[in-house]
Design a binder for this molecule. Structure first.
Ligand code: NDP
Ligand code: OXD
Length: 308
């Protein structure tokens, strides 16, 4: 019986160290050193191998090493093998840091200051009070809620939009497609923290941008495919939006000739908003394996129908 890890190798070496300490009886293997595939019961993976079921016929559990699972084609996973996404505090902590940084950067015009510095321009930009900058988060799951909580101390009016209704102190909550226009109409900085599903693919498009107040700002930390990239470029050109911070892109790494690289109103990071922390990830994985063996419910288990 082995545990196989197939993701970033540098972090995999750390996983191996924590496994050796905390579960010395469960052999840990680092891809591509898979050993006997029939022995692999547990697989932690970012990009799943093509023919997962045939390659590993005796899987008990599959983990996504990230919070998102859109990279999995769940129809290729046997029905009896649960897929569990990563629920560990490092992802949440780093996402809260990143979105706070992005919202403050957009609020305080950092992208313009970077351009001014490059052009050796010394010019003040009028400061807007936080009370007048409304921040709205799409997706009120684990990360959306943590991000809103982290933003509370700055004084921004906060709102959130979600599929099912939520009630969060200090946050105006909107639910369902019918409430989306109302949510958008009062959002100056929009943060996307949705999972990527058939319903949310391309949701950040021209029609949505047109429902935001003119010159609104965008943070996309969900997935690249949430955004219609050509619509963002057009919205920035026309002043429908004034700036964007993007952590994700349709094609990653971003192709060399992509217009985002040199766009003066886009701040880009390489899908780095949050990162799984090996130590706490190993604790989560071992706890989940123990729950599975005891036949208990497993937090983070993906609902195959919903796709997240
Ligand atoms: P959760 O599953 O906890 O939350 C997802 C939320 O989105 C739920 O509240 C869900 O509502 C809501 N939602 C789903 N579909 C819709 C819809 N069609 N309309 C409105 N709301 C919807 O996920 P997390 O918060 O942990 O993560 C969110 C996403 O963030 C991940 O899927 C991943 O894509 C992205 N991510 C990006 C990272 C990065 O580094 N850039 C790192 C980590 C995550 P309900 O519960 O009512 O269904
Ligand atoms: C994740 C990610 O889903 O890093 O965790 O994107």
């Amino acid at each position: 019986m082995t545990f196989l890890y197939k993701a970033n190798t540098v972090r995999g070496i750390e996983w191996a160290r924590f496994f050796a300490e905390r579960a010395p009886d469960l052999p840990f293997r680092l891809w591509p050193d898979i050993g006997d595939p029939a022995e692999v019961r547990y697989l932690a993976v970012w990009k799943p191998p093509d023919d997962i079921a045939a390659t590993f016929p005796n899987l008990d559990l599959v983990f996504s090493v990230g919070a998102g699972v859109d990279q999995f084609d769940v129809s290729k996973l046997p029905a009896h093998v649960p897929l569990v996404r990563m629920l560990e505090p490092g992802i949440t902590e780093t996402m809260v840091q990143y979105v706070t940084m992005a919202v403050l950067a957009l609020h305080r015009d950092l992208i313009q200051f970077i351009a001014q510095q490059q052009a050796q321009v010394w010019r003040e930009i009028q400061v807007t009070s936080a009370a007048k900058r409304r921040v709205g988060v799409m997706g009120l799951g684990l990360l959306g809620q943590a991000v809103l909580d982290g933003l509370k101390s700055f004084g921004f009016p906060l709102a959130g939009w979600n599929r099912s209704p939520r009630s969060i102190e200090g946050v105006s909550c909107y639910a369902g497609n019918g409430a989306l226009p109302e949510f958008l109409a009062q959002t100056d900085i929009l943060v996307c923290l949705l999972p990527l599903t058939d319903e949310t693919r391309g949701i950040l498009n021209a029609s949505l941008f047109a429902q935001l107040p003119p010159g609104a700002r965008l943070v996309n930390v969900g997935r690249g495919a949430h955004l219609v990239e050509a619509d963002l470029i057009a919205a920035l050109e026309r002043g429908v939006l004034s700036a964007a911070v993007l952590d994700v892109a349709e094609a990653e790494p971003l192709p060399a000739d992509h217009p985002f690289w040199n766009h003066p109103r886009i701040l880009l990071t390489p899908h780095n908003a949050s990162m799984t922390t090996p130590e706490t990830a190993v604790d989560f994985v071992l706890d989940t394996i123990a729950r599975h063996r005891r036949g208990e419910a497993m937090p983070g288990r993906v609902d195959r129908e919903r796709g997240y």
